[in-house]
Design a protein around this ligand. Structure first.
Ligand SMILES: O=C(O)CCC(=O)C(=O)O
Ligand SMILES: [Fe+2]
Length: 360
């Protein structure tokens, strides 16, 4: 089917979206056929669904409740590389505030948003669709740094009149999710019989600290022929995604795409490549993608727990023995991240190709 060039469908004027401005047409967003989504954004399978972990059980004073909770967490992370967290305790005010601020930012004219455009070599800044590293993706995003100065500069560029409010909103979000993410990776270490800090001690405390990427996927006139994000695994320790009620996130399990159903009050946690290596492959990073729909826009906020750039990423000692040899040669996180950024366009699991690339 030849794509239509903008126009109004289902009450949405696509020409007004950022995606079809200037010389951009729908053709710029049509992917090759083998990349088209196989499962619709809302085709949920209730039999085979990402496990739900109630983190309040893991905080319980009762030893038996705690140890059952740890076992469930360990099994979910090991089998799925993904789980949904309930009762996490992050105030809904913090989440809802950034969600509504994000919507206001995306509603600004493109030229205004571009004042915070991502610079080459950086992951921080504004980017959209056909002009970004996510080339062809029907996505626009503000990626904010946990480094206050960097994010404050970005906000000053794009929305100086709301500076104080926006700055507080982004930093409150990052602080709250950073605490939760550290708690989760500490529980994931305890669940394997390791020191709590085994994974969390790799978290960056200076420079490129943990970040949040606020993602906006407007309705798309051709959701069958494009994607909001192509299949990828995240390079970091863990990601915590807050998605709204629209749906679109899918994960690859046993070669099948599984749609992750949004549940109010729930966040989605996924293992990144770095945690896979630190856990000597016990916790796998898993490919995921974002599928679009033609009716409703979707907003998600992905918090990334980022490793220290200079850290040597090497499997935890307690997980290596004669029966469990080291599965990945060590690497410096900065080198891995750089190579990941350069190869993003390929879209395959980067961890698998990284060592071959280095040896080549
Ligand atoms: O939008 C989503 O649900 C997922 C976002 C994501 O995978 C990412 O930004 O790495
Ligand atoms: Fe991701």
């Amino acid at each position: 089917m030849a794509p239509t060039q903008g126009g109004t469908q289902g009450g949405v004027d696509y020409k007004l979206t950022t995606f079809l401005q200037g010389s951009l047409t729908l053709d710029d967003y049509v992917w090759s056929q083998e990349e088209w989504p196989k499962v619709a954004y809302n085709d949920y399978n209730d039999e085979d669904t990402v496990p739900i972990i109630d983190i309040s059980l893991l905080r319980s004073e009762d030893a038996a409740t705690r140890s059952k909770g740890l076992k469930d967490l360990m099994e979910a992370a090991r089998e799925w590389g993904f789980f949904r967290l309930v009762n996490h305790g992050v105030l809904s005010d913090v989440t809802e505030k950034l969600e509504s601020d994000g919507k206001e930012l995306f509603a600004l004219p493109l030229e205004q948003k571009k004042k915070a455009v991502r610079l080459p070599e950086s992951i921080i800044g504004y980017y959209f669709g056909a002009e970004s590293v996510f080339s062809k993706a029907w996505l626009e995003a503000f990626h904010f740094s946990g480094d206050k100065e960097v994010t404050d500069n970005m906000i000053r560029q794009v929305s100086p009149e709301n500076f104080n409010e926006l700055s507080a909103s982004v930093h409150n979000y990052i602080d709250a999710y950073q605490k939760l993410a550290i708690e989760v990776v500490e529980l994931m270490a305890i669940a394997l019989g390791l020191e709590p800090s085994t994974f969390s001690k790799y978290t960056a405390t200076k420079g490129d600290k943990s970040t949040v990427r606020v993602c906006y996927y407007p309705p798309c006139p051709q959701p069958q022929q494009t994607l909001g994000q192509r299949p990828h695994a995240d390079p970091i320790l863990i990601t915590i995604v807050h998605q709204d009620d629209v749906g679109g996130l899918q994960i690859l399990k046993n070669n099948r795409w599984i749609a992750v159903k949004p549940e109010p009050g729930t966040v989605v946690v996924n293992v990144g490549d770095t945690l896979q290596v630190l856990s000597n492959d016990i916790y796998p990073s898993v490919q995921h993608q974002v599928v679009l729909n033609s009716e409703r826009s979707r907003l998600s906020m992905a918090f990334f727990l980022i490793p220290e750039a200079n850290a040597l990423i090497v499997p935890a000692k307690g997980l290596v023995d004669d029966e469990h040899p080291v599965r990945h040669p060590p690497f410096i996180y900065r080198d891995y991240r750089k190579s990941y950024g350069e190869r993003r366009a390929v879209g395959k699991s980067h961890l698998e190709s990284f060592y071959t690339l280095k040896d080549a």
